[in-house]
Write a protein that binds this ligand. Structure first.
Ligand code: TXA
Ligand code: MG
Length: 372
């Protein structure tokens, strides 16, 4: 297999030759990884079923999980979607280019495979010059999931793309770290009340200022779907964003969280486990590896670093990552909470209960974290 070519491109002034080569790859049905303001995407011609199939294969993505279609103009919203109403128009006007993905009814030109057989399509216009130029030059809407192997943390650096997909992708456009660090907000506007299916770069509050009250799907809070809360976004039902290490999230009041996190780390290390901790605010834990997401009053900064730190802990050979939870749901903090909970695969512990359990049954806690 051939390792991907990597072109370093200026995010503000991309070399036209690099862009035109990449556009040529897209037109011929190839795969180009490119930066957006959120995370790197794995791009293919959204209207070419063979190219889209390669995306699913490269990522190892389940075929029932549809792709986001990236556009560079408002007109394309009308070619990809149908029955576009005022809400779609107002939201696109306000947030595009930017990290908001709109789920609308799809038009017949979109192949089944791109939308995983649904009658809707997810559309967004990224706020990144390299992405926009690539879409314009290839003269195609570009289907692009995050450019990671399915289930892994999304790539915020081109190096992450190469690590996961270096053998599968034809070309990588590298513009350095992405700005936002978590993916776009996915908003379903096919129902009467819009529903946030995935919290992301545009906040609930910002959306509500344009279209009034929106719902947040229970799965978007990181609660595992069951019964009536069956996933509306097929992507909801899989474990996501996960490092190779086991991830445990400890939620609660910060002082208590810190106390519980340290006690859990101590327990695991006493039993010979290599433990990393994902903290905040410069608090210093005793652990094998420490990463700090910075000030809690700057969730944007934390979002930018989150996926990168999860990958770095894997690189450092950590077996368990203990993460301070994020309770706050305002702004982009909701996206951080969601990503951490999903990455943990449901191992979310309440600090107060954890402290008690560590006293009464340390072995029980150990088994809960490590499995049997
Ligand atoms: O920021 C982003 O959105 C990045 C960059 C590359 O643009 N892309 C991204 O794509 O995160 P992906 O494939 O990793 O996540 C797309 C999410 C999935 O949860 C998927 O289930 C959902 O959007 N989705 C796509 N089409 C949908 C549809 N028609 N209805 C409901 N959910 C949809
Ligand atoms: Mg993804």
């Amino acid at each position: 297999m051939v390792r991907a070519q990597v072109y370093r491109v200026d995010r503000n002034d991309p070399d036209p030759r690099a862009v035109s080569h990449a556009a040529e790859v897209i037109r011929r049905g190839g795969l180009v990884a490119f930066p957006t303001e959120t995370v790197y995407g794995l791009g293919a011609d959204a209207l070419n079923p063979g190219a889209v199939e390669r995306v699913f294969k490269a990522k190892g993505r389940p075929p029932d999980n549809p792709l986001i279609i990236h556009v560079a103009s408002m007109e394309e919203l009308y070619t990809i979607g149908r029955d576009i109403d005022w809400r779609a128009e107002e939201l696109a006007k306000r947030f595009w280019p930017g990290p908001l993905t709109l789920v609308v009814k799809k038009s017949p030109i979109v192949p089944k495979i791109t939308v995983a057989g649904l009658d809707t399509a997810a559309v967004r216009m990224p706020r990144h010059k390299v992405a926009l130029r690539l879409i314009e030059e290839s003269e195609r809407p570009i289907a692009a999931p995050s450019a990671n192997k399915s289930g892994r943390p999304s790539p915020t650096l081109a190096e992450h793309v190469v690590a996961d997909l270096g053998d599968e992708v034809d070309l990588v456009l590298d513009s350095g770290p992405t700005d936002i660090g978590v993916e776009s907000t996915v908003l379903d506007i096919t129902s009467e009340k819009p529903v946030i299916l995935r919290p992301g770069g545009v906040s609930r509050e910002e959306i509500e200022a344009v279209v009034g009250v929106v719902e947040v799907h229970p799965s978007a809070l990181g609660v595992l779907p069951h019964g009536e809360d069956a996933p509306r976004s097929p992507g909801m039902k899989y474990r996501h964003y996960a490092p190779a290490a086991k991830l445990v999230v400890v939620e609660g009041e910060l002082e208590e969280v810190r106390h519980a996190v340290q006690e859990l780390i101590d327990l695991l290390r006493r039993r010979g486990i290599r433990v990393g901790v994902l903290g905040s605010e410069g608090y210093s834990y005793r652990a094998d590896v420490l990463r700090d997401l910075g000030s809690r009053s700057n969730p944007g900064g934390a979002a930018r670093l989150l996926f990168r730190y999860l990958r770095e802990m894997d690189d450092e050979g950590v077996e368990v990552i203990v993460a301070e939870g994020w309770r706050d749901e305002k702004g982009i903090a909701l996206a951080i909470k969601n990503r951490l909970r999903k990455a943990s695969g449901g191992v979310v512990l309440e600090a107060e209960q954890l402290i008690k359990a560590l006293r009464t049954s340390p072995t029980g806690v150990y088994i809960e974290v490590m499995g049997t």
